[in-house]
Design a protein around this ligand. Sequence first.
Ligand code: GAP
Length: 493
Amino acid sequence: MAKNEKIPENTLFKDIVSHAKEYGFVFQSSEIYDGLQAVYDYGPFGSELKKNIKELWWNTMTRFNDDIVGLDSAIFMHPDTWKASGHIDSFNDPMIDNKDSKKRYRADVLLEEKAALYEKAGDLEKSAALLKKMGQLLEAEDLNAVRELIVAEEIVCPVSGTANWTEVRQFNLMFSTQIGSLAEDSNKVYLRPETAQGIFVNFLNVQKSARMKIPFGIAQIGKAFRNEIVARQFIFRMREFEQMEMQFFVRPGEELEWYAKWRDMRMQWHKALGIPENKLRFHDHDKLAHYANAAVDVEFEFPFGFKEVEGIHSRTDFDLRSHQEVSKKKIQYFDPEVNKNYIPYVVETSVGCDRLFLMLLCNAYTEETSGEEENQKTRIYLKFHPALAPVKAAILPLTKKDGLPEKGQEIYKKLKRNFNVIYEEAASIGKRYTRQDLIGTPYCIAIDHQTLEDNTVTIRHRDSTSQERINADALEEFLHKECSFNQIFDQLD
Ligand code: GAP
């Protein structure tokens, strides 16, 4: 394969998933007990990458923007929260079981996959008609007709190969448990399915304590839980995941202007992470949720197609109004500029940290083959943006003698105070470079005999493999400049 030629997509995703495990990014949860489906753990390099993603998002929201403050609300909330938000009544997916294989599927996903097949075969009209029909039936909650449509489309279970389907039922995605020692219904609490409600119920606490004036935003990072029926595609759809959500509170009537601003700002942010423009797109929602008056997804082209990474929604005053009604506590803002009390409108940006992680991993994974046909070599590296890379630099003495390790240790000890750096002296320098490429370290710093003479080191750049010599005393400044979030912020101004 020529340099940078596209790897076939199906094998590409498998390669990325096994790379993530082998090099300490993502492990299946409880693997020694054969794993827990759709739950994952992050390894030494994965946890560093995830921490960097969250810090970048947090700093973008709360430092880069003067009008956004942070919050860290609890996972458990009063059960009435979920009545007010509509999650108890309607946070459902339509499910269907195959009686022969006993496998469970999302009815809408089966139909969407059939529509994708029509599209692939070039029959765009048939594909669109099927999606339209499905949308109408789901909106009318006509689950019998959804089943009939699955049968009419001759959709069979991929495991049993039969169309021996149960009826379609609604399945609520919230996990519940009991608070306290009594297993009574009144003690029932839910694991939050989104972090946003913690922001809504704290609207007045935050606004008053931080003396915020509308328009302003509240940002939060935290775990969310959904009992997904179809849990597939690695960390794309998980049962326990992390969200990074921001609710921007605005004057009624100004929400669509803010919605357009946030939609563009969020797309610019994804591009600033180093994601090529042609791998990102907007997808406007055809069917709006009952509380929204505009909604769009930012989609990334994963090896399995364009899929949602982030949602931007204009949520009207639905949530605050419902909480006001259910709690019977006034949730209003007095706007001195217009001399009026009102319930603010909300524009939400909601991105999954794990999904962003998968996007960055897929985008970073690079296989380059070079050389003559009979003597080809493949180099694999992860081209993470230096500001997000789990390890910023590796300090590598050329040999284990002549005082090179001591000099390397001296440099390492200085740098590790401010950066996540690695010191390694075992194996050949080539093998050590390869290892750093595989975890995406942007810079390798080699210590050689010249270092002892003039205090200069070689910096090897991961993507180009080019090398330059700089003074060891300038390393800290070099890493500060190259690995700083400013590299990303400069593109947002
Ligand atoms: N508060 C709005 C909200 O929760 P959503 O579209 O359901 O909206 C927002 O979720 C984002 O959360 C998605 O764009 C995705 O990145 C992430 N997300 C949702 N469900 C997920 C899951 N099961 N696993 C991983 N990430 C998920």
